[in-house]
Write a protein that binds this ligand. Structure first.
Ligand code: PHB
Length: 397
């Protein structure tokens, strides 16, 4: 009896082995903020990753499994992000790193991506230089220059304002935003009358905006790193009565993220921003995306620009897995990412620039309006297929 049992076990092993050998698990180390100042951003990115997988897992090659290994960087915290990336690479042996909301975190991970040859998909961080820090980084989100530069031109040429002030969070994306807006605005005939930089951690916006109010510019350009911070900024703008003082507010989409609009009750309508995504856009691909989102997460949940980047980031990852039949080679993966296109992104057609590994996408000029009583970013002009303008002014050495 014992003999037959062991014969059966051996037979089962023999039958099962070919399947076991062909089963392939692709591991993605997803570094997001699940706590701290970016927790609401991380949540909306994670939800997009989950929804993408739910809809598309069936498209993976037979026998290929996807495993998402989640890690919480707790906010703009480069030491934590680097430690987590190290652990994901050495212990978990991930095939991809992904996520990365904040620029300092993406910068901290870059050299590890290079040393270990781990393709790294930046799903939010927007400082231009990030993609230059590692040949294993591709960005599916945006750059600050991509929106602030066209906004500066539009403000000087088409909105009738002459004197501008900038107020930005004092770190990479804030510095890029300030430089891009200032260059475009002054090149187009506008005049800068002041600039302030505000702290990244626990900012109190009132003293900074008070200085702006005292200077009485026509327009205030602001960058803050989205999420709940954007609503705090809007509250300070309202509480100080800047709109009533005749100081228009403009910025990138980061100051009016779609999911925070319901919390910005008193925000004055008419705020113009430039960005690559509005949840209210009526492209069919976006309508389908928002409908699927609301079905999954409820009518009160709204995908934001970070959700769309995470969604597209998963589409890019899936593309490389399918093209390699689940057996990933880092250099082949990077080659597949270069020039990758998605004509059906909810934000409009996108391409990963084959030379820079950075995103090329439409930028939309939008106005904050009340639609059916709800604050909405309404797109009214499209700037097609914008490459990062920073590259043109800072060519690779
Ligand atoms: C960044 O740290 O690069 C960053 C964070 C939040 C944003 C934009 C950029 O909304």
């Amino acid at each position: 009896m014992k003999y037959w049992k062991s014969c059966l076990a051996a037979l089962l092993l023999l039958v099962a082995t070919p399947f076991a050998a062909s089963a392939q698990t692709v591991k993605v180390g997803l570094i997001l903020s699940y706590s701290g100042q970016g927790a609401s951003i991380g949540d909306l990115m994670d939800k997009a990753v989950k929804l993408y997988i739910k809809q598309h897992e069936k498209d993976l090659p037979a026998g290929v499994k996807l495993e998402i290994i989640r890690r919480d960087d707790t906010g703009p915290n480069p030491e934590v992000a680097r430690r987590l990336a190290q652990e994901l690479i050495t212990r978990e042996k991930v095939d991809f790193l992904a996520g990365l909301i904040y620029t300092p975190n993406a910068m901290a991970v870059a050299s590890l991506a290079t040393e270990a040859k781990v393709p790294t998909i930046v799903m939010n961080a927007g400082t231009s230089v990030i993609v230059r820090r590692s040949p294993y980084i591709a960005r599916v989100s945006f750059t600050m220059w991509q929106s602030a530069y066209p906004l500066g031109k539009w403000a000087a040429q088409q909105s009738g304002v002459k004197r501008a002030y900038t107020a930005v969070t004092d770190y990479g994306p804030g510095h890029d935003s300030e430089a891009a807006f200032t260059k475009a605005f002054t090149e187009s005939g506008g005049q800068m009358v002041g600039s302030v930089r505000m702290p990244l951690q626990n900012p109190d916006f009132i003293p900074f905006l008070q200085r702006v109010k005292d200077e009485k510019p026509d327009v205030l350009f602001v960058f803050v790193p989205a999420g709940k911070v954007a609503t705090a900024l809007m509250k300070a703008y309202n509480d100080l009565g800047l709109a009533q003082a005749g100081i228009k507010l403009i910025g990138q989409g980061d100051i009016v993220p779609d999911e925070e609009l319901p919390n910005m009750g008193d925000a004055p309508t008419g705020i113009v921003t430039v960005h690559h995504y509005s949840a209210s856009a009526d492209r069919p691909q976006n309508k389908a995306f928002v409908a699927a989102w609301k079905k999954e997460y409820g009518a009160d949940s709204t995908p934001s620009f970070y959700s769309v980047a995470s969604w597209d980031g998963m589409a890019a990852i899936f593309h490389t897995i399918k093209a390699q039949n689940g057996k990933l080679d880092a250099d082949k993966t990077m080659a597949l990412l270069k020039g990758w296109q998605n004509p059906d992104s909810p934000r409009g057609p996108i391409t990963i620039d084959k030379d820079t590994r950075d995103i090329i996408q439409n930028e939309y000029i939008r106005r904050l309006e009340r639609v059916n009583g709800k604050l909405t970013n309404v797109e009214f002009e499209t700037i097609p297929q914008v490459k990062d303008p920073w590259v043109q002014f800072n060519p690779p050495q």
